[in-house]
Design a protein around this ligand. Structure first.
Ligand code: NAD
Ligand code: MG
Length: 389
């Protein structure tokens, strides 16, 4: 069995997060197929140490320099190499010691290490959607140049990717990204105006990191995913549709030129798309719970309420206009979510802040990588000073 599946050495960037810990569960269940060669965390030194003692990677990186000594000391009796700092993340991403990066850092911070992995010709299992929102053209260009496959981990994009296996010569008419609708599905602005962080952090179907959970509550997550889909599958903006499907059983769909629709389904469990990306092109067995069509349940679909959840309009605008606008949208959103999580701004303020920032930052139609970095910084500064962070 294991001779038909060459063992893959995984570099898990963001190993202490929601996707990261679930990827480690997949590795632990399949020790003949995967090894954890690299683990990285930003500030959760305790969990990183625990993971390193269990998985014995070649290298760990702690993003926060101040924690280097503690991690180093805790792993002194092992042969795990310890590095610290932002620069080290990029250096390790360029090393030869692994086969596939699982990119599970949250936000813009994931962009540089992922670019380094692609430049080194490494396969990337991409959870970090912000990477494609910020600089999708450059990221995909690098992937093509260095023949580095990008396999989506995001459940909707994994669904579309799975629907496209065996369809390389067939044109896509459109795709439908399904959205759970988040915890405030059906609510109106007069309700949302009073929503607090703890309430917004309760997602009905998925247990995820704080940032993406807020993005799901505001529907920005689906907006980011539209832009992510454009780059992953080389689509025109008008081919990308969003449909609310509160049960999260259909993870997304592709409609081909003959009108035939393929969907990928299953219970909502991120371990499945994580495992699929890591094992691609194989499917490997697991004992995750199965969806049972005989149990009474209805699959329902409705249009998103974009009058209430205006983030989806802002993201659609960025998707159609392109240039540096998705990058600006993303930066403003990161600041907005950060401020909301610290009770500095209200739920609806987030959208206003993103909109203002998108209006303020000069448009660049074909940004270079440096211009993306500059747009990101300008947008962050503008948004942060608008709310006096
Ligand atoms: P999380 O907050 O739970 O974990 C984030 C990880 O990134 C942690 O390991 C953290 O240490 C690391 N990190 C944070 N800031 C960093 C920085 N500045 N430098 C280096 N490392 C840093 O996030 P998550 O929910 O696991 O999401 C990770 C990514 O996957 C996000 O882009 C998210 O949109 C995407 N995603 C997540 C899920 C999910 O179910 N959680 C589903 C689909 C896509
Ligand atoms: Mg998703």
């Amino acid at each position: 069995m294991s001779n038909s599946f060459p063992q893959k050495r995984i570099a898990l960037f963001g190993s202490t997060g929601s996707v990261g810990t679930q990827a480690l569960e997949v590795i632990a269940s399949n020790p003949d197929k995967f090894t954890a060669e690299v683990l990285t965390a930003f500030s959760n030194d305790e969990l990183l140490i625990k993971q390193a003692l269990q998985f014995r990677p070649n290298i760990v990186v702690i993003g926060d320099d101040k924690k280097y000594q503690k991690v180093k000391a805790a792993l002194a009796a092992t042969d795990v190499k310890v590095f610290a700092g932002e620069q080290a993340l990029e250096e390790v991403a360029a090393m030869d010691c692994y086969d596939m990066m699982v990119a599970a850092i949250v936000g813009f911070a994931g962009l540089r290490p992922t670019l380094k992995a692609l430049e080194s010709g490494k396969a990337v299992g991409l959870a970090n959607k912000e990477t494609l929102v910020v600089a999708g053209d450059i990221v995909m260009q690098k992937a093509v140049e260095h023949r580095a496959p990008v396999i989506p981990v995001d459940s909707e994009h994994s669904a579309i990717f799975q629907c496209l296996v065996g369809e390389t010569r067939n044109r896509i008419e459109k795709i439908v990204l399904t959205a759970s609708g988040g915890p405030f599905l059906g609510k109106k602005p007069n309700y949302l105006v009073n929503v607090k962080r703890d309430h917004a952090l309760q997602h009905p179907n998925w247990n995820m990191g704080a940032k993406i959970t807020i993005d799901s509550a505001t529907l920005m997550n689906k907006g980011l995913e539209m832009i992510e889909a454009k780059w992953l599958f080389n689509l025109r903006p008008e081919q990308i549709n969003v449909l609310v499907h509160p049960q999260s059983i259909i993870h997304s769909m592709v409609q081909f030129e003959d009108g035939s629709i393929k969907a990928q389904m299953g219970l909502p469990d991120m371990k499945l798309p994580i495992q699929y990306a890591m094992a691609f092109p194989s499917r490997i067995p697991n004992d995750f719970p199965r969806y049972d069509f005989r149990k009474p349940s209805q699959l329902t679909f409705e249009e998103p309420d974009t009058k209430t959840f205006r983030n989806l309009i802002l993201a659609t605008d960025a998707l159609f206009k392109g240039g540096n606008l998705p990058c600006v949208l993303n930066a403003a959103n990161e600041i907005a979510v950060y401020a909301f999580l610290r009770n500095r701004i209200s739920f609806l303020d987030m959208t206003d802040l993103i909109e203002k920032t998108m209006e303020a930052i000069p448009f660049i139609e074909h940004p270079t990588l440096d211009e993306y970095f500059e747009s990101d910084a300008e947008a962050r500064n503008f948004a942060a000073s608008a709310i006096k962070l």
